[in-house]
Design a protein around this ligand. Structure first.
Ligand code: PPS
Length: 307
């Protein structure tokens, strides 16, 4: 599928089992699938724009016992490489090979889950070794409307992704799941249905926003770590939106403007719950709610839509 970016460039997305992915990911698909997870690996899993960077920083802060300097050792994309950013072997780069060779314990993925109750499409997307080794998964879900808004602005500024078109056009694209990593509905539903059958800590962006200390403590316990109250308070502070927006290790300011043009929209854009209300028209909102009801039917998941 070829789509045109704001630069007029042709972005040729590819598909795996009907899910749109970046070409480099699809070209290295068999390599990604053969990734050998270890039993003590923790995989951070998110739908795009659900708070990936936020939970990555939280996990690293816990891992480093709240040591801010240690968390400054590298940009977040290098501290938590994405397994799907696989490329042909390039020793100087962080990517699949680096992860595999370094045997890092903390990985991040935007993969939908493998699941025995789901269609083959979903089953095929996560390297099977994660399930075989009974790894831990940390999943963060964000309400669909805010995800859509955040993804729209991200596609405007990210020249590696297709131009989103107008908001009205993007609204349809997102609902149809014609975005990189596919349908929000399939992703969230898939992980939600799997959460009690595997070691999955299922978190909500909105909960972390409302009560960060409570949610960070859950993450800490899930990781089998124990940091004291003062450190926990420091982690809450250091992972606030305001701090992370100013932090060059998390705010993507090191990424070239030809890839992410933050003069169009910041990577750390608003970091709020309910920005969808500034974008959705009344008619769009009614239509979305109707579609949501149908697509999420039978799923007992409740999202907070405003704080
Ligand atoms: N600390 C903190 N607190 C609250 N919100 C935060 C935080 N860090 C990142 N964000 C917001 O998360 C959105 C980016 O999501 P991701 O990190 O998942 O993006 S990506 O998929 O990795 O590109 C994006 O959301 P929007 O602002 O709504 O666009 C970021 O601002």
């Amino acid at each position: 599928m070829a789509l045109t970016s704001e630069l007029g460039k042709q972005i040729k997305l590819k598909e795996v089992e009907g899910t749109l992915l970046q070409p480099a990911t699809v070209d290295n698909w068999s390599q990604i699938q053969s990734f050998e997870a270890k039993p003590d690996d923790l995989l951070i899993c998110t739908y795009p724009k659900a708070g990936t960077t936020w939970i990555q920083e939280i996990v690293d802060m816990i891992e480093q016992n709240g040591d801010v300097e240690k968390c400054q050792r590298a940009i977040i994309q290098h501290r938590h490489p994405f397994i799907e950013w696989a490329r042909p072997p390039q020793p100087s780069e962080t990517g699949f090979h680096h992860v595999a060779q370094a045997g890092l314990k903390l990985l991040s993925s935007s993969n939908p889950p493998a699941s025995i109750s789901q269609s083959a499409k979903i089953i095929d997307l996560l390297p099977p070794s994660f399930w075989e080794n009974n790894c831990k998964f940390l999943y963060v879900a964000r309400n669909a409307k805010d995800c859509m808004v955040s993804y729209y602005h991200f596609q405007r500024m990210n020249h590696m992704l297709p131009d989103p078109g107008t908001w009205e056009e993007y609204f349809e694209t997102f609902i149809d799941g014609k975005v990189v990593w596919g349908s929000w509905f399939d992703h969230v539903k898939g992980w939600w249905e799997m959460k009690d059958r595997h070691q999955i800590l299922f978190l909500f962006y909105e909960d972390i926003k409302r009560d960060p200390k409570h949610e960070i403590r859950k993450v800490m316990q899930f990781m089998g770590k124990n940091v004291d109250e003062t450190v926990l308070d420091k982690i809450v502070q250091e992972t606030s939106f305001e701090k992370m927006k100013e932090n060059p290790m998390t705010n993507r300011s090191t990424v070239s403007k030809s890839i992410m043009d933050q003069s169009i929209s910041s990577f750390m854009r608003k970091g709020t719950v309910g920005d969808w209300k500034n974008h959705f028209t009344v008619a769009q909102n009614e239509r979305f709610d109707e579609i949501y009801r149908k697509k999420m039917e039978g799923t007992a998941i409740n999202f907070c839509m405003e704080l």
